[in-house]
Design a protein around this ligand. Structure first.
Ligand code: SAH
Length: 363
């Protein structure tokens, strides 16, 4: 792959330009152009000669839309993007009253091995570069012709397993000369890599941290999330508490409800106890209940609406704030990893009646 200038901060660009004998102010121009989705050839206020010498050193690459699915139900838009080396990732844009939120991928595949997840089938292929994370947002904005105001890192991959690139991405996406997305409008989700949660706390970004918890005892959690063998609950939870103490940001705990595995009210009771033990009586956390999105290779079943309700009521009665996540884009397989999986398996992406699909060939 050619070097992608989109990975660079204005300071790094300025350093590269100075090596080429060019004035530093060009860095600001290039940075702004790139973050508006413009490649070298479109940077009209740069001398042609400079553009040509930059092109000898690298390129400005944006992920290319291979497939785009638009939900007829709620407008949720899912992209299958291809990268410079032909690898594929997914991003989803969700339409909320307060603006557009994009869910982006942080790796090609994932090596965390969660038993219910489609992204980890086939393992991790590689980490995404900062510019490839940023590029998903820019490419989606360009395609939609709309601004994206919120970012969640809940797509394919484990952000804390690609820590340095994710932190670099966070600085780039927040940059005032770039997309200028506020840290408060960004969520990072992790399956629980405790040491990286502590490290992230020390970066002092006021982002929201989401923890994919999915179980309230070690035995159940280790059975569905291998990461728990390395970072069991008595290691993970203090790291979460540290994050809260250091940033003052309320943590969001994700809990995927799987029939017969973790969705009984006794589990809900244990969850409340676990959260109270680590966060105290008035517990400044939020629990997001997510009925499992069934992945056919996984053979696990989603909870019944009745169990979901009982689980939520139990938490509520114990003073834990919990909401059931609304399913967006149910007609387009909007959950992470499923579209890429189908593409790799050579299956049709969705059935014909789920039109709204625009198929593209990368140009
Ligand atoms: N690796 C990160 C982010 C990606 S997954 C993490 O684990 O947090 C985003 C969220 O979707 C996680 O909470 C994950 O556990 C959940 N998830 C994955 N597969 C799912 C499925 N089939 N049904 C419901 N939620 C799922």
């Amino acid at each position: 792959m050619n070097a992608n200038f989109l990975n660079l901060s204005p300071e790094e660009l300025a350093a590269a330009l100075s090596e080429m004998g060019e004035p530093a102010y060009r860095a600001g121009q290039i940075f702004s152009w790139m973050h508006k989705g413009v490649t070298l050839s479109g940077m009209s206020d740069l001398p042609k000669k400079l553009r040509a010498s930059l092109a000898e050193r690298g390129e400005v690459f944006f992920p290319e839309v291979v497939r785009k699915l638009v939900s007829k139900i709620d407008g949720t838009t899912k992209y299958l993007f291809s990268l410079a080396d032909g690898q594929m990732i997914e991003s989803v844009v969700m339409r909320y009253k307060y603006g557009n939120t994009i869910c982006i991928s942080s790796q090609v595949g994932c090596r965390m091995g969660c038993r219910f997840c489609a992204s980890t089938l086939g393992g991790k292929v590689r980490d995404l570069e900062p510019g490839e994370m940023l590029g998903q947002i820019i490419a989606a904005e360009k395609d939609l012709g709309e601004r994206i105001s919120h970012v969640v890192m809940m797509g394919i991959g484990e952000p804390m397993d690609n820590y340095d690139n994710v932190v670099k991405f966070l600085r780039l996406v927040n940059h005032e000369k770039g997309l200028n997305i506020s840290y408060r409008a960004i969520s990072v989700s992790t399956c629980g890599v405790a040491e990286k949660i502590r490290k992230l706390a020390e970066e002092d970004f006021p982002i929201t941290l989401s923890i994919s918890l999915h179980a309230s005892d070690d035995e159940t959690r280790s059975a569905i999330m291998p990461v728990n063998n390395k970072y069991p609950l008595d290691v993970l939870m203090p790291a979460c508490r540290y994050y809260f103490d250091r940033t003052g940001r309320r943590i969001s705990f994700e809990y995927t409800l799987i029939a017969g595995k973790n969705d009984d009210t006794a589990s809900a009771g244990r969850l409340a106890e676990l959260l109270h033990r680590h966060f105290g009586r008035n517990c400044p956390v939020h629990v997001n209940l997510i009925p499992l999105n069934e992945v056919k290779e996984r053979g696990l079943k989603t909870s019944t609406p009745k169990s979901v309700r009982a689980f939520q009521e139990k938490l509520d009665s114990l003073g834990i704030n919990a909401t059931v996540r609304r399913t967006l884009g149910p007609d387009i397989q909007a959950s992470c990893g499923q579209l890429r999986r189908r593409e790799l398996d050579g299956e049709a992406p969705v059935t014909a009646e789920n039109a709204g699909e625009e198929e593209r060939t990368p140009d």
